[in-house]
Design a protein around this ligand. Structure first.
Ligand code: DOR
Ligand code: ZN
Length: 352
């Protein structure tokens, strides 16, 4: 017997959160903030500015600049992070947490990615901060890549788990950890091996990209990000995890705008800008995986639950129809920023 597929045409979700977002500052902030505020109710804001956001006072000032830049009438809550350095003071972190200024602390291995020079080289030196965070229940967001030049770039996440992340977690019971932007089957398996103190964000672009998309048939700088996309089997593992509905996996777009001239050069910056079209792209992926009924868990419930927050009140409706378009670029005073191109037709739009 043949059943006609009943195609979902409308999908209403609780308003989503983005648990990993780069908003930058100044001209870029001005241009990219409306793109996130249009669809997302809240976002966890990454601290890798130049100079980095290392103190509670800097985090509060950055939050105020974001709020002052919001379009009139936009309801968007920036949740702030502190950039962990080897001189971060545990007492400052505890005060920032108690004062409600920060939602998490971000660990960048020094040299791992954009503006990570002030990050951590000797993980033993941040042990007192991590112990304080475990004590007060403040989550640690981890950029999980080793920087050892001897380790192949495609192996850096898996090696980080063994050499750095697992030892830190064993040595710091109770520390709540989010493995940011996982890109490998090993990352998925490691997160599944943990308890409720371990979660992971998954980006939109890593659900679309494998390494061929970056390198085969010409080099595509707008698909270059860190951690770099891996082979297809890893992308499949990420799709399976994101669409599983499991509470430990949630959306962190890692939308990371760079003006085009800084990506399209001999040594281009890492980052994909997905703030504009993330929700249609996710609906596309979840539909392909037969998991539209689990999209809300991924975008609107699991992350909030991990961070001990209630889900948002409002809703966002996705509608399926003709292929949609969006601007290829966002104009900014620092130059145009290319919007992520998924390389396929997408039929979902967000209802205005
Ligand atoms: O691709 C990336 N871009 N990965 C990161 O970890 C940082 C980000 C950025 O800030 O540009
Ligand atoms: Zn990031």
């Amino acid at each position: 017997m043949v059943y006609a597929a009943i195609m979902t045409q409308r999908l209403t979700l609780l308003r989503p959160d983005d648990w990993h977002l780069h908003l930058r500052d100044g001209a870029l902030l001005q241009a990219v903030l409306p793109e996130s505020a249009r669809h997302f109710a809240r976002a966890l804001i990454m601290p890798n500015l130049v100079p980095p956001v290392v103190t509670a006072a800097q985090a509060a000032a950055y939050r105020d600049r974001i709020l002052a830049t919001l379009p009139t009438g936009a309801a968007f809550l920036p949740m702030m992070t502190l950039y962990l350095t080897e001189t971060t003071d545990p007492a400052d972190v505890a005060a920032a947490h108690a004062g409600g200024v920060v939602t998490a602390v971000k660990l960048y291995p020094a040299g791992a990615t954009t503006n990570s020079q002030s990050g951590v080289t000797d993980f033993g030196r941040v042990r007192p901060v991590l112990e304080k965070m475990a004590e007060i229940g403040l989550p640690l967001c981890v950029h999980g890549e080793v920087t050892d030049p001897a380790v192949d770039i495609f192996d850096r996440e898996a090696v980080f788990i063994d050499r750095v992340l697992d030892p830190i977690r064993r040595a710091t019971p109770g520390l709540r950890v989010v493995m940011e932007h996982i890109t490998t089957a090993e990352g998925v398996a490691y997160v599944r091996s943990g308890g409720r103190d371990l979660g992971a964000t998954i980006t939109t672009h890593h659900l679309f990209l494998n390494r061929n998309h970056i390198l085969a048939g010409g080099i595509r700088p707008h698909y270059y990000c860190l951690p770099v996309a891996k082979r297809e089997s890893h992308r499949q593992a990420l799709r399976e995890a994101a669409t599983s509905g499991e509470a430990r996996f949630f959306l962190g777009t890692d939308s990371a705008p760079h003006p085009d001239h800084l990506k399209e050069q001999a040594c281009g910056c890492a980052g994909c800008f997905t703030a504009t079209n993330t929700m249609p792209l996710l609906a596309h992926v979840f539909e392909e995986c037969g998991a539209l009924n689990r999209l809300e868990a991924f975008t609107s419930r699991n992350g909030a639950a991990f961070y001990g927050k209630a889900p948002n009140d409002g809703t966002l409706t996705l509608v399926r129809g003709d292929a949609v378009t969006w601007p290829a670029k966002i104009e900014t005073a620092a130059g145009p920023v290319t919007v992520f191109d998924p390389g396929c037709a997408v039929h979902w739009r967000v209802e205005p």
